[in-house]
Write a protein of this length. Sequence first.
Length: 577
Amino acid sequence: MEGPLGRSITQLKQLVVLNVARNSFNDSITEHFLNLTDLRVLDLSSNSFIFNVSATWMPRFQLEFISLQSCGLGARFPQWLQTQKELSFIDISRVNISGHVPDWFWNFSAKVNHIDLSQNYIGGQVPDFTERVHLTKLDLSDNNFHGPLPHFSPNMMTLILASNSFNGTIAPVCESLVMNNSLSLLDLSSNSLSGQLLDCWRYGKNLQGLNLGHNDLSGEIPRSIGDLANLFFLQLQNNKFSKNMPSSLKNISALKILDVSENSLSGKIPNWLGESLNTLEILKLSGNMFDGTIPREICQLKYLYTLDLSSNALSGVIPRCVDNLRTMSGEEEAPSFTHGPYADYRVQGRIVLKGYSYDIFFHWSYVVIDLSDNHLSGEIPEEIASLTALRSLNLSWNHFTGAIPRYIHKMQILEFLDLSRNKLSCTFPPDIIQLPLLVFVNVSFNDLTGEVPLGKQFNTFENSSYIGNPNLCGAPLSRVCSDNIHEDMIDCSINKNQEVHEQGESNNWLEEYSFYTSMVIGFNTGFLLFWVTLLLKKSWRYAYMRCLENMGNKIYVFAAIRWRKFQAAKTVTNCPN
């Protein structure tokens, strides 16, 4: 619904609940409009209401529930809230208020269990909430709060302090994370927290979401993180964590999102990522120092939507089993990691293509593979074209050879394709222009040959998408294709077969050459050893000569006897009967 809110509502003198949330109303809320003495629930959230009340307004109602999300309350913190003594639920997020939160607000009623002041311009230090045993959710994110982290009671379920200026260590959190606590979601991301991440997570059995990203935390990832058996997402990105990922993380079998990107982690990518965390939907290991090859076990992550291994030191080839990533191939529907009270919680991220960056939200609508800036080699496997749900493919800054996959046109919803800075050769696949949603293509600095694709969205790509390929021609490049361009183009299939044939002949010749060479060397070596031994050993030389003499005599006697018998037999045969 849209337009102003009907003035006739003011005639409902006994109105207890006024809930018009999530519409398109735009109206001015005055003191007269809210002259409802029995009102207990006021939910005007997600509309375009503007509050036009005086700073000294004293409402006649006593609210228990108030949600004014996205309404306009003015620049100052609403003083009239001080009169509300029965509140249990307070949501004044995204209302554009600024300044410090007044001290009286923190002395709220003991009944309050939900406070959301997020996405405003308010600040100041946050008090200790240890004694606020009824407070189960506190969201102060996207503001200007500073100072150390607050303590909280064991009954706190959701604590979101992201995108502020909190500093110091996370010790207050560890001190509050006692046995039998209720904490389910902890988001301290995008602050100025520092020091080592303490090994204090053994009592976090109820934690389902932990986000400590974009801070200045250092040291190793503590082993007790692996005790968070019910964790759905773990985000430690953009810190200074070092050494290997602890193997205890394989115990978090329900994990959907693992983001440890932009740290200083090293070693090989562990095989247990695919073997034990087979419910992963997002895996981000970029910007670290991982080396070795991409383990084949990664192919067991059938629900995977985002795979980002970029900016490491990985080598070897892309496993051909990538077609087992069933969600990326559109064959499997991944269950949502959000549920219940966290259904509106989203994890924002960024896709970076060389020279461009795009903000996205990580959930089940965007499918990404980014293996850029590594030392990967070999051919791009044809199996990658079977990932028909892929939206972004970035393989740039590697050492890939061979052709662009022939059936890449099957990836019909591909939007971003970056194959630049490799050693790819051959011509473009003829059907590549059938990719209807491409908005970004970069194949620059390869060894591609022939004519740049023309037609459809390929007519919109600029020269920078193709430069560094001296054998490419046609618009938008300056090199004009000759009339016999098709005769000059490389036919990859023929060349590949010829190369295989020549390689086979070369291998056969090499095997024969090696055989005869070894035979000659062996014969000569044995021959020389034999005669050198006879020359140096006098007794052996005499014995050898006697052996030869005896053998000669035996052969002579044997031959003489055989000859005489032959002559005698011949004489008998010639005698008359």
